[in-house]
Design a protein around this ligand. Structure first.
Ligand SMILES: [Zn+2]
Length: 269
C-alpha cells in the first residue's frame, strides 16, 4: 500500500530549475516530465553536462524546447577522461545559443573517483574556458573546501561572470568566501532532509539575493517524495523549504530566486 503524499503545490510565480540531469531521468518519458514541470510553473530548465559522453546529449536536449537550456563541462568524477579533444569540444560549444554556463566542474574529495591533482588541473582548465568565453560557472565541491577556495582565488580577477556553487553542502568558510565574492549558492532537496541541519545553517546565513533553486534530479528528491526518482517538477517543495528555513514570505523567495537565476544565467545585454 502506498501512502498518500501531499500533491505538488503550484505557485503563480514562475520558477527556474537551475540544475538537473534530464538525460539521467529514467522512470518516465522525458516529454511527460517536461509537461508536468510546465504544469507546476517551471519556466526554464537547465540540464547539466558531466562527462565527455554526454556533452552532445546535453546540446541535443537544449534544442528540445525553447525553454530548455544546457551547459558544457566535465564533472570532477570524470576528470581523468579530460583531454585536449574534450576541451576543444567544450570551447567550441561554450557560446552556443542554448548553452548558458560551463559546468559542472570542480572538486570531489568525498568519492575521490579521480586523482586529486588531476581534478585540480581539470578544474583550472575549465575555469579558464569560462573566462575566455565569458560564461558563468556551475561548481561542484564536496569535502574540498580549502582547495576550492584556493583555486577560485586564482581566478578572482579574470572570472568576471562568477556563477553558482551547486548542491551546497560545504562549510561556512567556503560559503562566506563565495558569498563575499559574489557567487550564488544552489540548494535542493537536501534542505528537507532530517540530518541536513548543517545545510540549513548555510541557507540561513546566505542572503536570499544569492540563493538559487535546483533539484539535481534524478538525485536528492525532496520530502515528501524521497524514494522516488527526482524531477524538475518537485522544485516547488524546495522553494517552500527555503522560505520556511529563512522565515521569509514564499512570494519573496520565488521572486528573488527567479531574479537571481536570470542575473546568473540569462543576463540582458
Ligand atoms: Zn549535478
Amino acid at each position: 500500500m502506498s501512502k498518500k503524499r501531499r500533491e505538488i503545490p503550484v505557485f503563480d510565480h514562475p520558477i527556474i530549475e537551475t540544475h538537473c540531469h534530464l538525460d539521467y531521468l529514467k522512470d518516465r518519458p522525458l516529454a511527460e516530465i517536461l509537461e508536468q514541470s510546465r504544469k507546476v510553473n517551471i519556466e526554464r530548465v537547465i540540464t547539466i553536462a558531466v562527462s565527455p559522453e554526454n556533452l552532445a546529449a546535453v546540446r541535443e536536449l537544449s534544442q528540445l524546447e525553447p525553454w530548455v537550456y544546457g551547459t558544457q563541462g566535465i564533472h570532477p568524477h570524470e576528470a581523468e577522461s579530460y583531454s585536449d579533444e574534450v576541451e576543444a569540444e567544450i570551447r567550441e560549444h561554450a557560446r552556443d545559443d542554448k548553452i548558458v554556463a560551463i559546468g559542472e566542474i570542480g572538486l570531489d574529495y568525498y568519492y575521490d573517483n579521480a586523482d586529486r591533482g588531476v581534478q585540480r588541473e581539470v578544474f583550472r582548465r575549465q575555469l579558464q574556458i569560462a573566462c575566455d568565453s565569458d560564461r558563468p560557472v556551475v561548481i561542484h565541491s564536496r569535502e574540498a573546501d580549502d582547495d576550492t577556495i584556493a583555486i577560485l582565488q586564482e581566478f578572482e580577477q579574470t572570472l568576471t561572470r562568477r556563477g553558482v556553487i551547486h548542491s551546497f553542502t560545504s562549510g561556512a568558510g567556503l560559503a562566506r568566501y563565495a558569498l563575499d565574492q559574489g557567487w550564488c549558492l544552489g540548494f535542493n532537496g537536501i534542505t528537507s532532509f532530517n540530518k541536513a541541519e548543517n545545510v540549513r545553517d548555510i541557507v540561513r546565513m546566505a542572503p536570499i539575493e544569492q540563493i538559487l533553486l535546483e533539484t539535481d534530479a534524478p538525485f536528492l528528491t525532496p520530502v515528501p517524495y524521497r524514494g522516488r526518482e527526482n524531477a524538475p517538477f518537485y522544485l516547488p517543495f524546495v522553494a517552500e523549504k527555503i522560505a520556511e528555513v529563512k522565515d521569509l514570505p514564499l512570494d519573496q523567495v520565488l521572486a528573488q530566486t527567479y531574479q537571481n537565476s536570470l542575473r546568473t544565467f540569462f543576463p540582458q545585454p
